[in-house]
Design a protein around this ligand. Structure first.
Ligand code: ZN
Length: 253
């Protein structure tokens, strides 16, 4: 399996994270690649994954090459694989989620801007209920940071239908927008710096691990890590000699 040595562009990283958001913990790397490729496969259409804004983002790229890009995301710890039963599922790393949560909140805010520009009134806000709480609170922070009272009617609609904790945050946002105090943008600046850092990913490098059996240290190379991450395996616990002669014993860790 080829390894992508060249850094992925920021736009590509963002697109892959956005597509991953559609199937987090419910789909693997192949399904993720197919969303980005714009596959017309039945399963994908049934799940309405063709509605994803980055569906077909890598339309002109071969599926295998899209997979190489996804594996780069795994190597750089922007995505991870976790087993659900026997099925390897894509999950976000902390770094990957930090980026995705932020751009997803921006996407929701952009939608509000579009609705407001179109004069849409009293939208049904149930679509925001039961979303990831961290992302929702971030969306409210971003609304607060605009300092723009145009969002208040939508916030009031939303406040009617959400849970107590979110309602309190909505109320606080409305009050901030009603007040004349300038919005505090310090948090926004810190968030943006942190996201730029997260976008770099974590460059894979050889690491020394300690064998659980004999206590000797052994090298776990970047190349081996690439393979392990792709398969969703945890780091090996035993050194090569304790693992025995069979190479494929590494699978049984
Ligand atoms: Zn050992």
């Amino acid at each position: 399996m080829t390894q992508q040595t060249e850094r992925l562009a920021e736009a590509d990283i963002r697109a892959i994270l956005r597509a991953a958001d559609e199937l987090i913990a419910t789909g693997g790397r192949t399904l993720l690649a197919k969303i980005l490729k714009g596959s017309r496969e039945k399963k994908l259409l049934q799940l309405e994954l063709d509605h994803c804004p980055v569906y077909g983002y890598f339309k002109g790229t071969k599926l295998d090459d899209v997979l190489v890009k996804i594996d780069w995301m795994l190597d750089y710890e922007l995505l991870d694989i976790q087993y659900s039963g026997k099925l390897p599922m894509i999950i976000f790393t902390e770094r990957g989620w930090e980026i995705e949560r932020d751009q997803r909140a921006d996407e929701f805010l952009q939608e509000w801007n579009d609705w407001l520009a179109a004069g849409k009134q009293d939208p049904d806000m149930h679509y925001l209920k039961d979303r990831n709480r961290g992302m929702i609170l971030l969306l409210l922070d971003k609304i607060k940071e605009t300092g723009n009272p145009k969002y208040i009617p939508y916030l009031q609609e939303w406040e009617k239908i959400d849970y107590r904790k979110v309602r309190a945050a909505i109320r606080e946002t409305i009050q901030a927008l009603e007040s004349d105090e300038p919005a505090n943008l310090q948090a926004a600046r810190e968030r943006s710096a942190s996201i730029q850092e997260a976008l770099k990913g974590l460059e894979p490098r050889d690491v020394w691990l300690k064998c659980w059996v004999c206590g000797e240290r052994f090298l776990f190379t970047a190349g081996e890590q690439h393979f392990f991450k792709q398969k969703g395996f945890v780091d090996p616990k035993r050194c090569p000699s304790c693992r025995g002669k069979r190479d494929d014993d590494i699978w049984l860790e």
